[in-house]
Design a protein around this ligand. Structure first.
Ligand code: P6P
Length: 337
């Protein structure tokens, strides 16, 4: 059997990046490998999620006598554990936790980074076997290394991110992450239990033919958003329509598809929820960073998402992200807001 030595694993790739930047400390590479480990553990449980009903529903005691946890709680525990036991993260904030968690042990306080994440986005889709994902965002701390992190380390604008990524637990399990040097995708090879490079140097196509939005909220969207959505459905020389509408209802899947194929994803504010549904810090900012590094664009409908200065850990924001030409087309409508 030919062993393909040219396919890099996530670990090999992050170590190669370290070799290319000799003055790098290796902390970020180590943090990304930690997330890869958590993702493999989460993937194992997600893949048998459907069996939980057979083996005993969440909250029950399984055959090993362990409490069967809700998957999103399990995913959160795995992310916290690998980051807390690593030496590259000084604290975390999670969609699952009300407040941030400072890692105050003597090793962690010396770490340069903090990590924010949604451990299992779209978890309501699990019991109907729709793809779900983990989303993460990495910032350099603003408080002095050696001290315990504070909330200001987490309330930074998305432009300050040093890395962001996601894992999509789909037909295959993929980890995609961006640093300022580019976006790379790794597919989990179950035969060796490693993420292996499958999508090097991902670029978001300048335009596309897909738009993703929840049409059910149409009559609650602003007029300019309604006009744009209507234009997407018309054969129109200016926007190259009609587009195809694709909406899985799992952000990681919808944005991943549009990143690879080109397209636009919209989660606008509505009359009942003017801030929309998606979280700024650990859903919108990571995807905005990834798509922007890949050549796309992301806004809150008014300004680049990455420029928004957060005031709360769990604040929501309207979110528009995708191929740059499609985003520019959308903005010709939104400027009439
Ligand atoms: P709606 C999943 O619950 C999620 O947070 C995102 O993954 C997804 O894009 C969005 O909500 C779907 O929301 O209101 O369209 O069902």
């Amino acid at each position: 059997m030919n062993v393909n030595r040219t396919i890099q694993t996530l670990d090999e790739f992050t170590i190669q990046q370290l070799r290319d930047f000799p003055n790098a400390t290796g902390e970020l590479s180590n943090l990304l490998r930690n997330i890869g480990l958590a993702a493999k553990r989460i993937n194992t449980e997600v893949n048998k999620a459907g069996l939980v009903d057979i083996l005993g529903d969440a909250g029950n005691i399984n055959v090993q006598g362990e409490e069967v946890k809700k998957l999103d709680v399990y995913a959160n525990d795995q992310m916290v554990r690998v980051l807390q036991h690593g030496i590259s993260c000084a604290g975390i904030a999670s969609e699952e936790l009300d407040d941030f968690v400072a890692f105050d042990d003597e090793k962690s306080v010396k770490s340069k980074y903090v990590c924010l994440f949604d451990p299992l986005d779209g978890s309501s889709n699990i019991d109907v076997n729709v793809s779900i994902g983990t989303i993460f965002s990495v910032y350099p701390r603003v408080t002095p290394v050696g001290t315990v992190v504070t909330k200001e380390d987490f309330l930074q604008p998305g432009i300050k991110q040093v890395a962001a990524g996601y894992i999509v637990y789909g037909s295959s399990t993929m980890m995609v992450y961006a640093t300022r040097r580019g976006v790379n995708g790794f597919t989990l090879d179950p035969s060796i239990g490693e993420f292996t490079m499958s999508h090097p140097d991902i670029k978001c196509p300048e335009t596309g033919k897909m738009y993703s939005v929840n049409h059910g909220n149409f009559f609650e969207y602003s007029k300019p958003v309604q006009q744009y959505i209507t234009a997407c459905q018309k054969k129109d020389k200016t926007n190259g329509g009609p587009y195809t509408q694709r909406y899985i209802g799992s952000m990681v899947s919808d944005v991943h598809r549009n990143l690879i194929r080109g397209g636009i994803f919209l989660y606008p504010g509505t009359t009942s929820k003017p801030k929309g549904k998606l979280r700024l810090l650990y859903e919108s900012n990571p995807f905005a960073f990834i798509v922007t590094v890949a050549g796309g664009k992301a806004t809150n409908g008014k300004i680049p998402i990455l420029d928004v200065v957060p005031t709360e850990l769990h604040e929501r924001t309207p979110f528009f992200v995708g191929s740059i030409r499609m985003m520019e087309e959308l903005e010709t409508y939104l400027q009439n807001t």
